[in-house]
Design a protein around this ligand. Structure first.
Ligand SMILES: *[C@@H]1O[C@H](CO)[C@@H](O)[C@H](O)[C@H]1NC(C)=O
Ligand SMILES: *[C@@H]1O[C@H](CO)[C@@H](O)[C@H](O)[C@H]1NC(C)=O
Length: 369
């Protein structure tokens, strides 16, 4: 071949490369799945889906991104409330209606699916979502989704975040949920989920936040929860949880906040709970907790919030509270406590409202004994 021919061949090759769909274009099957997903939703104000057109869904489709190595759709992130300038300009948060199409399940390389805070997306979470083998983040917070959590949720072996808070989900916590070995963040807050917390919940060994507040959850607190070494925030408030507080909880290594308020919990406060290192927010209010407040506070006690109001506690306020390193908000009101309120910190900065409606407490800030 002469050098002229070589140059021509090179030119032709380059031309061919330019017109052949390159590896950066998404496969037609992913594009079709996204278009089906889009067609089940309607968002008119910001026109987000207007950008979902053209052959390459990996390029400039708002909220869609692909894995650069194989051009498969890896990430859908659509948030109705965000820092995104598109919302700031219009001073209006997002609003989207419609349903989550099962077509989403054809995107079998999806690792992140965030469809959050759109307020009016209704219908069920498609059960087939549990067949997405690479899914790591499932965030559907702040919509109007109903029906149960898919019973096969435990198939999502790589799931690290499951956030379905602020929807209208019902049914029970699927038993399979304990089979999510990488789950770190579980948020089921503010739904209509009923039934019990699975007794083997402690198998979620990487969990750091378990937020289950404002549901219809009943039954006891499974003691296995206390074996979750990394758990720092446990919120079971405003449910129908009964039984006693497992003593093991007071031995948890990094527990920082524990909300059990607004349940049907009975029995006494385990002393270990009040000496639990690192626990700085403890809300046990509005239960049926009885017995005395353990007199176990000391220089290691540091509570930003300690709320024991609306229970059936008896006996005196423990003197050892005055040796605590710090007690911010303390509420002992609406119990059956009796005796002189200790003198000194923290009692010198608390108001009478922290002590009212007990049987016979007296001394500042209440009237003299
Ligand atoms: C919310 O979605 C329903 C359909 O699910 C629709 O009838 C209604 O108009 C939507 N509301 C708003 C404010 O868009
Ligand atoms: C504790 O929970 C009760 C009832 O849910 C709530 O009213 C109260 O404000 C909480 N206490 C603190 C200190 O946040």
């Amino acid at each position: 071949m002469g050098s002229k021919d070589k140059a021509l061949t090179l030119l032709l090759t380059l031309l061919l490369l330019a017109v052949t769909p390159s590896v950066i274009s998404c496969p037609p099957s992913d594009r079709a799945a996204l278009l089906s997903f889009k067609s089940a939703l309607s968002e008119t104000f910001h026109g987000i889906f207007n950008s979902w057109s053209g052959p390459n869904c990996c390029s400039n489709w708002r909220g869609v991104s692909c894995d650069p190595t194989n051009s498969r759709v890896a990430d859908i992130t659509l948030r109705g409330e965000s820092e995104d300038p598109i919302y700031e300009r219009t001073h209006r948060s997002g609003h989207m209606s419609g349903q989550i199409s099962p077509a989403i399940c054809r995107l079998d390389r999806l690792t992140t699916f965030i469809l959050a805070d759109w307020k009016n997306i209704s219908g069920p979470i498609p059960p087939c979502i549990t067949s997405l083998p690479f899914l790591r983040i499932l965030d559907l917070v702040g919509n109007r989704l109903s029906g149960p959590l898919p019973s096969g949720i435990g198939n999502l072996k790589h799931l690290t975040v499951l956030n379905v808070a602020d929807n209208q989900l019902s049914g029970v916590i699927p038993a399979s949920i304990v089979n999510l070995p990488e789950l770190k963040h579980l948020d089921l807050t503010n739904n209509r989920i009923s039934g019990r917390i699975p007794s083997s919940f402690g198998r979620l060994q990487l969990l750091s936040r378990a937020l289950l507040a404002r549901n219809l959850i009943s039954g006891g607190i499974p003691p296995s929860i206390a074996t979750i070494y990394r758990l720092s925030d446990l919120d079971l408030s405003m449910n129908r949880i009964s039984g006693t507080i497992p003593v093991e909880i007071g031995k948890m290594a990094v527990l920082a906040s524990l909300y059990l308020d607004g349940n049907l919990i009975s029995g006494e406060i385990p002393p270990s709970l009040l000496t639990c290192r690192g626990l700085s927010i403890l809300n046990l209010s509005r239960n049926a907790i009885e017995g005395r407040i353990p007199d176990v506070f000391g220089v290691g006690s540091y509570f930003m919030e300690l709320d024991l109001a609306y229970n059936k506690l008896r006996g005196p306020i423990p003197k050892s509270l005055t040796s605590a390193a710090y007690i911010g908000h303390l509420d002992l009101s609406h119990n059956h406590l009796c005796g002189r309120i200790p003198v000194g910190s923290p009692f010198d900065h608390l108001e009478a409202s922290s002590f009212i409606s007990n049987d016979c407490l007296c001394g500042a800030p209440l009237p003299k004994c």
